[in-house]
Design a protein around this ligand. Structure first.
Ligand code: ADP
Length: 490
């Protein structure tokens, strides 16, 4: 067997400590899958004020108490605590960075939960965290073979590791994974000096005179990955998708590749999921109905036979295409269907959705908030799952839907294009319903095709089975990451 590698995996969200979206799921299941492949992998993240030490079994480590971290001209104290990420098969060491001012005193991860406004010191918070990551390794005397960073919140780790800390980390290869190009960690010019980077480094960490964490991550990493092959091609091709950094990406295009995220089959699996009404697998799909009943009950909608229930779980923002649903609500709810949505985000989208629910009280219902348990019930209880995204770097929910026999209706973009294929009644192939243009009429067309198939029970069963037969588990993706790491170490 090949020698295990030592890997440091850095992320701003790791389930179950902190989660706003797919990044947290990946930062939980990929390290566990890599551990199962035999690697010595450890994860690092910040400890936000809302994370309970008792519930998450977080405790102090003597060596990592109160060490100084400079941010601009000020020195702050970091204390790094220890915990672990577990599943029934393996365990990964977690280092949790604490600081009273930047993290403990703030309950939100990036924004104030009461106002929804980003914290004004997010630049300092993540400069502090990024430096602490490398200082922690030095204090531990642990110099990993691989440093794997994720999204803007870790973008300065590669930059620090290749400049100020170049001597210590010369053996490390650095991977930078882009989960969402929409947020680059772009801050005003007076944030630049807070990094304490030298003058000659500045062009690589700034963009349009602003500090840009993501640009730094791209510039200083040995490989840049995106979370699906199609998203990788899109950000290299499309100015809008790359959000102003297309030239920077093109320069590094030979170092870029897309690796699809997988599904953690211990967490998202209808056969063993404790959060659904009755467990089922592909031989007992009709048992979905118990979860459908429970779900309709939770959303206060009547149970109707022969009526498909469309589910949605989503951050509510421009990316997720909620706008398309609002645009054609009247046509949509003239159809024989019911609709439940769980999500939170943009107040205008929240109120638009609530207004629709009020207009169609026996067809549509919306819950505003974040509720992991309810998300599982939606995956099991809905007949169809909507993701009309403007862009989608990977998308986990459509993959969970396939596993749960809940047929996805998606726009063909990014990871949605890589995982969902239009069902063909002629050949019996395909696992969902797909529309191409970001257009509400096209979306409506896909929904109508799905409803038409749903009414033909035997055909519908084929679509459902095609989805449930896909192998979406992490195994293959984790091996791709492992192979990538090894290709760099040789
Ligand atoms: P993204 O990462 O862009 O948010 P994904 O589909 O990749 O989208 O992943 C979203 C993850 O976050 C899924 O696990 C989904 O169930 C979860 N999620 C999103 N919004 C909510 C919510 N309001 N309540 C519970 N879980 C949510």
């Amino acid at each position: 067997m090949a020698k295990p590698l030592s890997i440091l995996f850095v992320s701003s969200e790791i389930y179950p400590f902190a989660k706003t979206g797919g990044l947290a799921d990946v930062s939980y299941s990929l390290p566990l899958a890599l551990r199962e492949l035999g690697h010595d992998i450890r994860v690092m993240m910040p400890k936000y004020g809302s994370i309970s030490e008792r519930k998450n079994r977080i405790h102090e480590i003597n060596r990592l108490r109160d060490f100084p971290i400079p941010v601009g001209d000020t020195e702050w104290l970091a204390t790094v605590k220890s915990s672990s990420v577990n599943n029934p098969r393996s365990k990964v060491q977690a280092y949790i960075t604490t600081n009273q001012n930047y993290f403990e005193a703030k309950k939100g991860f990036y924004s104030d939960p009461l106002t929804g406004i980003d914290y004004p010191d997010n630049d300092e918070r993540f400069i502090f965290f990024n430096r602490t990551v490398l200082e922690t390794c030095i204090l531990l005397g642990w110099y990993p073979d691989i440093i794997h960073c994720n999204d803007w919140q870790t973008g300065l780790v590669p930059a620090f590791a290749r400049t100020e800390y170049a001597q210590e980390f010369k053996k490390a290869k650095i991977i930078y994974t882009i989960h969402n190009f929409g947020n680059q960690g772009s801050f005003p010019s007076d944030s630049i000096s807070k990094t304490r980077m030298s003058e000659n480094v500045l062009p690589t960490i700034t963009h349009n005179d602003r500090l840009n964490f993501m640009k730094a991550g791209i510039a200083y990493s040995d490989r840049i990955t995106t979370v699906s092959p199609t998203y990788c091609a899109e950000i290299l091709k499309n100015k809008q998708s790359s959000n102003g950094l297309i030239a920077v990406l093109k320069e590094r295009s030979d170092k870029m590749l897309g690796i699809l995220d997988g599904v953690d089959m211990l967490t998202w699996n209808p056969k063993i999921d404790p959060l659904i009404a009755k467990n089922y697998d592909k031989t007992s799909v009709s048992d979905k109905v118990y979860s459908k009943e429970a779900l309709l009950h939770r959303f206060r909608l009547p149970m109707r036979s022969n009526t498909p229930l469309i589910g949605m779980i989503s951050r509510l923002n421009e990316q997720k295409g909620i706008k398309l649903i609002l645009e054609v609500a009247d046509q949509l709810f003239a159809e024989n269907l019911q609709f439940v949505l769980l999500g939170e985000g943009d107040p205008a989208l929240e109120s638009g959705l609530k207004e629709i629910a009020a207009r169609y009280p026996d067809k549509a219902s919306v819950k505003i908030g974040f509720d992991d348990e309810l998300a599982h019930l939606i995956e099991a209880g809905a007949d169809m799952f909507m993701m009309p995204s403007l862009y989608e770097p990977c998308g986990l929910n459509q993959q969970y839907s396939l596993v749960y026999g809940t047929v996805p209706i998606v726009r063909s973009t990014g990871g949605l294009a890589d995982t969902v294929r239009e069902f063909s009644p002629a050949t019996g192939s395909g696992n969902g319903f797909v529309f191409q243009k970001f257009d509400s009429e096209e979306m409506l067309g896909a929904i109508r095709r799905a409803i038409a198939m749903y009414s033909q029970t035997e055909v519908w069963d084929v679509v459902v089975q095609n989805g449930m037969n896909e192998d979406l588990s992490w195994g293959r993706s984790a091996r791709q990451y492992s192979d990538l790491y090894r290709s760099l170490i040789k």
